[in-house]
Design a protein around this ligand. Structure first.
Ligand code: FES
Length: 135
């Protein structure tokens, strides 16, 4: 039930409960008020392709895909974030299909390895700092 994890933010307390879901990562892909809104001049987000691949290959068992509403940093549209036990990485200004294809390939590689594999280098140029530094 509990593995002894402590909250990353907040006060230490009793061990946290652990979900029965087996995913080792989660990708949130924004399609909010700006991301993917071609009618507003933003590049497309291949939502149908992402959903189809995840469903067909049952990738949610390893990497949960969440198609989300606005994640906040609209000035960086198109935005995705990748969450793992090690932390969260934000990527923005994604303007090409190839980068989404690299995310798909990464999720497939994680599933095949039954482990996290390094994020694709195709994402490197899209990484950004989401939150302001604490003064
Ligand atoms: S719509 Fe994607 S960050 Fe706001």
């Amino acid at each position: 039930m509990a593995n002894g994890c402590q909250p990353a933010i907040g006060r230490p307390g009793p061990p946290l409960p652990v979900t029965k879901r087996t995913a080792i990562a989660q990708v949130a892909c924004c399609v909010g008020c700006c991301c993917g809104r071609t009618d507003r001049g933003f590049p497309p987000v291949p939502v149908d392709r992402l959903k189809a691949v995840w469903k067909e290959e049952k990738l949610n068992r390893t990497v949960q895909l969440t198609i989300s509403g606005c994640l906040g940093p609209c000035d960086m549209a198109n935005v995705i974030l990748v969450m793992t036990a090690a932390g969260t990485e934000w990527f923005g200004n994604i303007d090409d299909e190839a980068t989404f294809a690299a995310v798909i390939a990464w999720a497939r590689a994680c599933q095949a390895a039954k482990a996290l594999v390094p994020l694709p280098s195709a994402l490197d140029t899209f990484r950004f700092q989401r939150f302001a530094e604490v003064a």
